[in-house]
Ligand binder design. Structure first.
Ligand code: MEV
Length: 432
């Protein structure tokens, strides 16, 4: 059975980690190979135009996650130090009270048709709505792989844009169930099919026909409850620096800052996306689409604000909640052609796009908590320091065991700079 608890994982060598992962995960060593090998050039050259090679990023596995009572190993593709460790640590705290509880909505995407040159937009909108059933049936009459999996056109909505740089126009929304796909292709195809019918009915000219990345019908939500005792902040020297209550209230005050101030909210939400994007990338999903949806949703009231909320319950526990649009798929697109993306989906043992969204939103919440806990206590730099020091050591030319040695010495000195890394490296290499 899969376990996401692998004590000591961090201290193992890369090879030992791979072996442990094969033991702990539903994947055999053979099935893990795509996660540990580069993308084949012939696959890459069919994915984008003008390909000349591939570009690698680290793939880490976040541990300790329990989502809806199930242990999940989380693949994360990211270049930033501290993110995988932060998510894993917070997942461990959340585990004490059963981990994350997450839900996801039906996979409904919105396709938009912009209708120009309509004489009376309000009357045209009424005419479209009056023929809704017929139009939905027409869209569904086309061959589509999604339809055979239970997806298809579900609803039509109309909106009259009263003011714009070109004046008033009509917008028709096609609500389309994409099942386990991200669904961009299916929705765009359906919009293009629908367009001539909308022109007939409205007497206007359909201009744009494209999905919206503000997928606010396809939301995912995670909550966690952290017992205050778990929040005690013990420094590396073993001294209790902050009580659980202090950390809890510090996290709530940090959230209040983001709730009230867009300058802070942008950074707060960036911290959430530090958890979301790496899993979206690992599973071959479109992270630009997820980013666009997240930030548009954060600004839905007219003022950009925090995507998450943090509060305390009657027993004094810290309660976190994150709800955001999450249009991710497990079939089609890069998820299908990229072998590592397929292996990443298997590693998490997800059976539906909704289940994947539930895991991703939980990682976003964990990551947010990691950042706020650090910011509300010792600050972000200390935690960053040792991993950053390793990167500087590598950049200075250290390899093998020397990376750790040079990094540790710089971290101990509190001076993490390229010139110092080079000096230390030279001393170590010359055996002085
Ligand atoms: C850094 O990548 C992310 C943070 O800035 C997030 C935050 O401030 O909440 C630490």
């Amino acid at each position: 059975m899969t376990t996401s608890r692998i004590p000591g994982f961090y201290d193992l060598t890369l090879e030992e980690r791979r072996a442990k992962l094969a033991d702990a995960s539903p994947l055999s060593p053979g099935e893990l190979i795509p996660l540990t090998s580069p993308l084949a050039l012939d696959v890459a050259s069919h994915m984008v135009e003008n390909a000349i090679g591939t570009f690698s990023l680290p793939l880490g596995v976040a541990l300790n996650f329990m989502v809806n009572g199930r242990d999940v190993l989380i693949p994360m593709v990211i270049e930033e130090p501290s993110v995988v460790a932060g998510a894993s640590f917070m997942a461990k705290l959340a585990r004490a009270s059963g981990g994350f509880t997450a839900t996801s909505a039906e996979p409904l995407m919105i396709g938009q048709l912009q209708v120009l040159n309509v004489e009376d937009a309000n009357k045209a909108a009424e005419r479209v709505l009056a023929r809704k059933t017929e139009l939905l049936t027409y869209v569904d009459a086309a061959e589509s792989s999604l339809k055979s999996r239970g997806g298809g056109a579900r609803d039509l909505e109309v909106r009259v844009i009263e003011e714009s740089p070109i004046g008033k126009f009509l917008v028709v929304h096609l609500i389309y169930d994409v099942r386990d796909a991200m669904g961009a292709n299916a929705v765009n195809t359906a919009c293009e099919r629908l367009a001539p019918r909308i022109e007939e009915i409205t007497g206007g000219k359909v201009h744009l026909r494209i999905l919206s990345n503000l997928t606010d019908k396809r939301m995912a939500k995670a909550t966690c409850v952290i017992p205050v005792k778990e929040l005690e902040f013990v420094a590396q020297d073993g001294i209790l620096r902050y009580s659980g209550e202090e950390v809890r209230d510090g996290i709530i005050a940090a959230y209040a800052f983001a709730a009230a101030d867009p300058y802070r909210a942008a950074t707060h939400n960036k911290g959430i996306m530090n958890g979301i994007d790496p899993v979206v990338i690992a599973t071959g999903n479109d992270w630009r689409a997820i980013e666009a949806g997240a930030h548009a949703y954060a600004a839905r009231s007219g003022r950009y604000t925090s995507l998450s909320t943090w509060s305390k319950d009657e027993s004094g526990n810290l309660v976190g909640e994150l709800e955001m649009p999450l249009a991710v798929g497990i079939v089609g697109g890069a998820t299908k052609v990229h072998p590592a993306a397929q292996a990443a989906v298997k590693l998490m043992n997800v059976k539906s796009a909704g289940e994947l969204a539930e895991i991703i939103v939980s990682v976003g919440l964990a990551q947010n908590m990691a950042a706020l806990r650090a910011l509300a206590t010792e600050g972000i730099q200390r935690g960053h320091m040792s991993l950053h020091a390793r990167q500087v050591a590598i950049a200075a030319g250290a390899s093998g065991e020397l990376i750790e040695k040079v990094a540790s010495q710089m971290a101990a000195e509190g001076v993490v700079r390229m010139d110092r890394a080079k000096e230390i490296l030279m001393t170590m290499e010359s055996g002085k």
